[in-house]
Ligand binder design. Structure first.
Ligand SMILES: CC(C)=CCC/C(C)=C/CC/C(C)=C/CC/C(C)=C/CC/C(C)=C/CC/C(C)=C/CC/C(C)=C/CC/C(C)=C/CC/C(C)=C/CC/C(C)=C/Cc1cc(C(=O)O)cc(O)c1O
Ligand SMILES: C[S@@+](CC[C@H](N)C(=O)[O-])C[C@H]1O[C@@H](n2cnc3c(N)ncnc32)[C@H](O)[C@@H]1O
Ligand SMILES: [Mg+2]
Length: 320
């Protein structure tokens, strides 16, 4: 088992299973991006911090560096082999079979495809239409993935109502440091989760080290990431994330540091969260019910695009 306890918290068996499996498969082939990125008229949500050109740049770099990312994921094969042994009695080769997952901010589908390969039924969403086009194109080479994965060009805030309580898990990898209104984004994650469902977030901590490595080194010196991709002010510390998750009905189970060793090509769990970290939170199984009288207030509350009125924090505010 990779992580069962962290910071004195226990990861639920479902969380452990999910997390173990996430460190597994990888897309087999890397599709070439079709030509130069262009902004295809798909408007970003109000919760998006990135400007259109930055998003396109984002997409391009993602594919330029894809071999690196894929190598990160492929080298996690050892975990997959272990997992398949332990889960063989249920769905051999498909340990996530039966799970409905939404990969929010899926980009070109780097994490979406491994999730589908592990048997999950996945919806990957991203407001950048060009990202979705590439992700669609890539999965179309694999008939199995083609059936298990659906992609949609939209922001999470735009599909909250139609997908409310629709997912066993929400994955948001390297997304929260790009949204303008983090609390609203988290409320949307809450809304689309089934009661008892899991939210998995990976992001960059807000530390001096992350500034030095994530911005100065990665962007300005090595050029791993395009300049201006990250703003240090937008980086989110684990404490800040926890302070938003908990009052919004998402109980934090695990916060684990992640460390990438460029020499071995492996991601490792680390005690230190000073650079990258992952957080796992669970939505309470007890259903929140929206009082019709309170629902009538929805029209009065100015929540742009996303209807987050049944999130615990908003319910609290409405009661006042
Ligand atoms: C218990 C529990 C909570 C479980 C969670 C389960 C779960 C979801 C697990 C996921 C496991 C996993 C494999 C996560 C990967 C996370 C991650 C960092 C993904 C990167 C995705 C991405 C957009 C890749 C683009 C290609 C690229 C540039 C890859 C670089 C690979 C890499 C991280 C190399 C290390 C280089 C280095 C010097 C690191 C220093 C650490 C640091 C602070 C880095 C920040 C800069 C950086 C490289 C961030 C990734 C990134 C990239 C881009 C882009 O456009 O290229 C955009 C972004 O917004 C990014 O955040
Ligand atoms: C760094 S990329 C992460 C890509 C992918 N998750 C991965 O790990 O490879 C961040 C993505 O989040 C998307 N994004 C930003 N805000 C979003 C929102 N509110 N809803 C959905 N996606 C969003 C961006 O368009 C961008 O493609
Ligand atoms: Mg980022």
């Amino acid at each position: 088992m990779l992580v069962a306890m962290w910071n004195g918290r226990r990861l639920s068996s479902r969380g452990v299973r999910f997390l173990e499996t996430l460190r597994l498969g990888c897309p087999r082939a890397v599709a070439e991006p079709p030509g130069v990125a262009s902004w295809s008229g798909n408007q970003p949500s109000k919760n998006l911090q990135i400007k259109p050109w930055e998003l396109c740049e984002h997409r391009t770099i993602q594919f330029r560096s894809s071999s690196m990312t894929f190598s990160c994921l492929t080298r996690m094969k050892t975990y997959r082999d272990n997992l398949l042994k332990t889960s063989a009695s249920h769905h051999p080769g498909r340990p996530l079979c039966g799970m409905k997952i939404i990969d929010v901010g899926c980009g070109g589908g780097l994490l979406t495809e491994p999730l589908g390969r592990l048997g999950a039924s996945v919806i990957g969403i991203d407001p950048v239409a060009e990202n979705i086009k590439i992700a669609q194109h890539h999965k179309s080479f694999d008939p199995v993935l083609d059936k298990r994965i659906e992609y949609k060009a939209c922001a999470l805030e735009e599909i909250v109502n139609e997908t409310a309580q629709g997912f066993d898990a929400v994955v948001a990898s390297e997304v929260v440091e790009h949204v303008i209104d983090l609390e609203m984004f988290i409320q949307c994650c809450y809304q689309v989760l089934k009661p008892g469902g899991s939210l998995f977030i990976t992001t960059v901590n807000k530390t001096q080290l992350s500034y030095a490595l994530g911005i100065v080194f990665s962007e300005q010196i090595a050029g791993i990431v395009p300049k201006g991709t990250h703003t240090w002010e937008k980086f989110v510390s684990p404490e800040k994330l926890e302070s938003i998750l908990e009052p919004n009905g998402l109980s934090v189970q695990t916060v684990a540091g992640m460390f990438y060793n460029p020499f071995s090509g492996y991601w490792h769990w680390s005690k230190s969260t000073s650079l990258n970290y992952a957080a796992h939170a669970v939505k309470s199984s007890v259903q929140e019910h929206s009082d019709p009288a309170e629902s009538a207030l929805k029209g009065d509350t100015e929540v742009p695009q996303a209807d987050t009125s049944s999130s615990p924090r908003v319910q609290e505010e409405l009661k006042k």
